[in-house]
Design a binder for this molecule. Structure first.
Ligand SMILES: [Zn+2]
Length: 286
């Protein structure tokens, strides 16, 4: 099956980045202003021979057409209801919204009633884990199972039917993450690999997605959703470069951590250790 899935997060009025979803510099990079989102929708609407589909429709009937596109939105910020749903509906489209269930009803996130309303308006509700862990691929088997199973049960109770799809928080996909999702009964698992071809993991589809950030131009969104080969290739080169950087930085951190551990008793200056560790890890939490 071949589907170009766009990966959005929040859509917020200009200057109101903190009004929906997760906050902070990293999360904000994925939030589009309403004006830019409107421009995306207009550019996508004039794409020739494009059919916008939902995960529900694809489960009923796998995409047979050459050009199928899908809107996905992670994190379930309240903008899904306030800004996004109506805009999609104006074009006759529906979205696929992925919810980290521990955040339901918290400030800036969808409430249970809003999730139900989105479902009743034809949008698809899926799991985005319970806690939105920083590294879902590093959880143990039991924790992984809980993230997918509990979130699926909570969402199924809210919408009154079995939730059948999910998306991987932070894009930290692995075979273990997929196996736990399949065990929880999901039928489609979206990750963040910029590919359009879906493949099977047991009884479940694995679907890549094409990332949209705050400065993604409408022209590029339109090229992504029709799976323009050069645009997709550029995304794949970028993605693989990032993966390599993360992997090298991870190994560097591991070595530095071991070195610091070995030399801890010899060091008289803890702040030197902290500074070195911070340099190696890029200042992230350790
Ligand atoms: Zn997320």
């Amino acid at each position: 099956m071949q589907v170009a899935t766009l990966l959005y997060h929040d859509v917020v009025p200009t200057g109101q980045l903190e009004s929906s979803g997760f906050c902070g510099a990293v999360a904000n990079r994925y939030k589009l202003s309403c004006d830019i989102f409107d421009a995306h929708l207009l550019a996508i609407a004039v794409c020739r021979n494009l059919t916008i589909v939902t995960a529900r429709e694809l489960l009923r009937e796998p995409a047979s057409r050459q050009c199928s596109g899908l809107f996905s939105f992670d994190d379930a910020g309240v903008s899904a209801m306030i800004e996004i749903a109506e805009r999609l509906e104006a074009f006759g489209w529906r979205g696929n919204f992925f919810v980290p269930t521990n955040y339901i009803g918290q400030s800036g996130f969808l409430s249970a009633a809003q999730i139900l309303e989105l479902h009743e308006r034809g949008h698809v509700i899926g799991s985005h884990s319970c806690s939105h862990p920083r590294r879902i691929d590093e959880l143990n088997d039991c924790e992984l199972q809980t993230e997918w199973t509990d979130s699926s049960i909570i969402l199924s109770d809210i919408v009154g039917e079995r939730v059948s799809c999910g998306s991987v928080p932070g894009g930290f996909y692995s075979a273990r993450v997929a196996a736990a999702a399949e065990q929880a009964g999901l039928k489609i698992l979206f990750n963040s690999e910029p590919v359009c071809r879906w493949f099977k993991h047991g009884s479940m589809w694995i679907a890549g997605r094409l990332p949209i950030v705050d400065h993604t131009p409408a022209t590029k969104a339109a090229k992504l959703v029709v799976a323009d080969p050069m645009t997709i290739l550029r995304e794949q080169v970028l993605w693989n470069g990032k993966k390599l950087t993360k992997s090298v930085a991870g190994r560097l951190y591991q070595r530095a951590s071991e070195w610091l551990h070995r030399h801890k008793h010899r060091s008289r200056n803890d702040s030197t250790d902290d500074t070195l560790l911070s340099l190696v890890t890029g200042g992230r939490e350790t």
